[in-house]
Design a protein around this ligand. Structure first.
Ligand SMILES: *Cc1c(COP(=O)(O)O)cnc(C)c1O
Length: 479
């Protein structure tokens, strides 16, 4: 067993391994080529009885684990949205693991609580968030969204559903979001006991933003039928196509009918750091809660999601439980973040966020984001000017939705060809991108925001796309 005395030696070895990995990450296939169950079957039936040396364990990491990894820090990882890391973030994470602190209350690590409070203020300033909002770090946007609906539910029942149970209330709550909303909203509605039948998906317009009139009509209809509108979600950057809902208009309706407005900016929230993109966030000050993930585009390694709320008191009243053994007497002066979310135990996540914010600085982050946006424009121009491709949505925040296109082919035929193109691209191991469906059209999604992506990676992708699609077309022709 590795003792503290030998830690230094192995810490150095692992640090070298980490640096080698980051330096050579482009040599790996972006998407792992292992077969289902392959890794499972390579691992022993049972865990070892006797301890093994770190050398053996690290060798198995190289031989068994690495080949089964998808390399999210590869600059040609264009799938989903990025889950960016950065050297400063990893150093913060190493120290968090070394300290091994469980930061549930102020006393269990005052620096963790106060650094979290400070970084939430700093980040709010960078993003232009309202000064009267209060932020807390959660593991994921899913967790922040769950906090939001639970708080809305408590507030609407005079803080009694936690004690009496939702069944006590003779009310049928209704919740709202667009048909483009992320699945974490469905999950939150289920867990909060509202029932997914009471989550009404409002249709969207041609740019995939919520149809405001349809939203208000639905709320009116529900009230007429005796339901209580409770909670609505505005999307700033949907997962499929980075569509933006009109928060200002949604907020007006929410105010009028007493609905809690939650804003999901999980991916796009980072771009609020750029003043020239702030217009996309118009009206957010009218929201009741807001979530975004520094662990997506802001170079803080997973996990680090931030949840901001206007009514801090309501949040704490929803989650506060104060057993005798956790009473400290400092409750009124400091933040005990175990009362700001679902879990009692908490990792010291603020440390890596602080490292990133200080090491990049506002200028450094802005520079990266602007590079990503200019690469997005660069690629978009290629798609627009090439007759074989069609741009599906306006790429505003680093995501290009496009497809191979031929006016003589049906959507069904196009879907078949685009599916094949995607498969062939990903099978090269050089790049990874994912797909979605928009208005029943099968489209490819190129998410340009990886920490290390440069122009040469976009050029490389474009060439690969051209060769893979022309190959696919010649196969089609011979069929
Ligand atoms: C990624 C994403 C989520 C979910 O984020 P998690 O942190 O994985 O829970 C929610 N909403 C949107 C719009 C997203 O893009």
């Amino acid at each position: 067993m590795l003792e503290r005395e030998n830690f230094r030696e192995y810490a150095h070895k692992v640090a070298d391994k980490m640096a080698d990995y980051l330096e050579n990450v482009e040599e790996y296939d972006v998407l792992s080529k292992v077969k289902p169950r392959q890794i499972f079957d390579e691992l022993p039936l049972s865990a070892p009885k006797e301890g093994e040396s770190m050398d053996v364990i690290l060798k198995d990491f190289d031989d068994i684990i690495l080949k089964g990894m998808t390399h999210w820090q590869h600059p040609q990882f264009f799938g989903y949205f990025p889950a960016n890391s950065s050297p400063a973030s990893v150093l913060g994470e190493m120290l968090t693991a070394t300290l091994g602190a469980q930061c549930m209350i102020w006393q269990t690590s005052p620096a963790a609580a106060e650094l979290e409070e400070k970084t939430m203020i700093w980040l709010g300033e960078w993003c232009g968030l309202p000064k009267d909002w209060h932020g807390v770090i959660q593991d994921t946007a899913s967790a922040g969204t769950l906090c939001s609906i639970l708080t809305a539910r408590e507030k609407a029942t005079n803080f009694q559903s936690n004690t009496k149970g939702l069944a006590f209330f003779d009310e049928k709550f209704r919740t709202y979001c667009s048909d483009q909303t992320h699945s974490s909203i469905d999950k939150a509605v289920r867990i909060a006991g509202i029932g997914s039948d009471n989550l009404i998906k409002i249709k969207t317009d041609s740019s995939f933003s919520i149809d405001i009139n349809a939203f208000e009509e639905q709320v009116k209809k529900d009230i007429q039928e005796g339901c209580t509108p409770l909670w609505a979600v505005a999307n700033l950057g949907t997962t499929s196509s980075t569509a933006f809902d009109n928060v200002t208009e949604m907020a007006k309706i929410c105010k009028k009918y007493g609905i809690w407005l939650h804003i999901d900016a999980a991916y796009a929230g980072t771009v609020a750091i750029l003043p020239e993109k702030r217009y996309l966030f118009e009206g957010i000050e009218e929201g009741d809660s807001y979530v975004f993930n520094p662990h997506k585009w802001m170079f803080v390694n997973f996990d680090c999601s931030v949840y901001y709320v206007k009514d801090k008191g309501a949040l704490i009243r929803t989650f506060e439980i104060l057993p005798e053994y956790l009473k400290t007497g400092f409750e009124s002066k400091v933040n005990n973040y175990r009362d700001w979310g679902v879990a009692l135990g908490r990792r010291f996540r603020a440390l890596k966020l602080w490292f990133v914010m200080r090491n990049f600085g506002l200028d450094g982050i802005q520079e990266k984001l602007r590079l990503h946006l200019s690469l997005t424009d660069y690629f978009t121009q290629k798609i627009i000017t090439h007759s074989d491709f069609e741009l599906i949505t306006n790429p505003e925040v680093g995501l290009v939705c496009f497809r191979y296109f031929d006016a003589n082919k049906s959507d069904e035929e196009l879907e078949k060809i685009n599916t094949q193109i995607l498969k062939s691209l990903n099978e090269t191991g050089k790049v990874f991108l994912s797909h979605t469906k928009l208005n029943d059209k099968y489209v490819l999604r190129l998410s340009i925001g990886q920490t290390y992506v440069e122009k040469k990676h976009i050029d490389g992708f474009w060439e690969l796309l051209l060769s893979v699609s022309s190959e696919q077309l010649s196969i089609e022709k011979t069929l």
